[in-house]
Design a protein around this ligand. Structure first.
Ligand SMILES: Nc1nc2c(c(=O)[nH]1)N=C([C@H](O)[C@H](O)COP(=O)(O)OP(=O)(O)OP(=O)(O)O)CN2
Ligand SMILES: [Zn+2]
Length: 127
């Protein structure tokens, strides 16, 4: 089994509704997103998948988040959930599941991790 990891960053603001502390107030982070994909077969170039292809798919999602107020995204404004690192990891996972699988047969999205700071991150993966 091979595993590839790609990271990217974006800047965005959020507030955590109902949080018992200062995170309930509007504030911002430079978020880091890490994508892990896995599969068994390499192509004739010796790649599981080109890093560039994963980066391109991740950029499609991140470009919509960059310099935004995350609470305004439909996923959070209409869904009523907070834009936590956990919920963002879930959102990005669901957004990338099909595009990653379509890059090549046998390629799977393994997990998404989202850092709010260098010291704290959340990961979403399917059981
Ligand atoms: N499980 C989670 N806990 C917290 C989240 C989250 O998304 N999931 N988010 C926050 C706030 O967004 C907060 O801004 C981040 O807190 P923290 O990582 O502690 O960052 P700080 O810059 O506030 O660091 P300090 O060392 O506490 O000053 C809170 N919890
Ligand atoms: Zn925060």
């Amino acid at each position: 089994m091979y595993e590839l990891t790609v990271k990217s960053r974006f800047s965005a603001a959020h507030s955590l509704c109902g949080y018992p502390g200062d995170c309930a107030r509007l504030h911002g982070h430079t978020w880091t997103v890490e994508v892990k994909v896995c599969g068994h077969e390499l192509d004739k170039l010796g790649m599981l998948v080109d890093f560039k292809d994963i980066k391109r798919q991740l950029s499609r999602i991140i470009d919509q988040l960059d310099h935004s107020l995350l609470n305004d995204l439909p996923e959070f404004s209409t869904g009523g959930s907070n834009p936590t690192a956990e919920n963002l990891a879930y959102y990005i996972y669901q957004s990338l599941l099909k595009p990653v699988a379509e890059l090549r047969p046998g390629l799977k999205l393994k997990e998404i991790s989202v850092w709010e700071s260098p010291d704290a991150y959340a990961t979403y993966r399917e059981d």
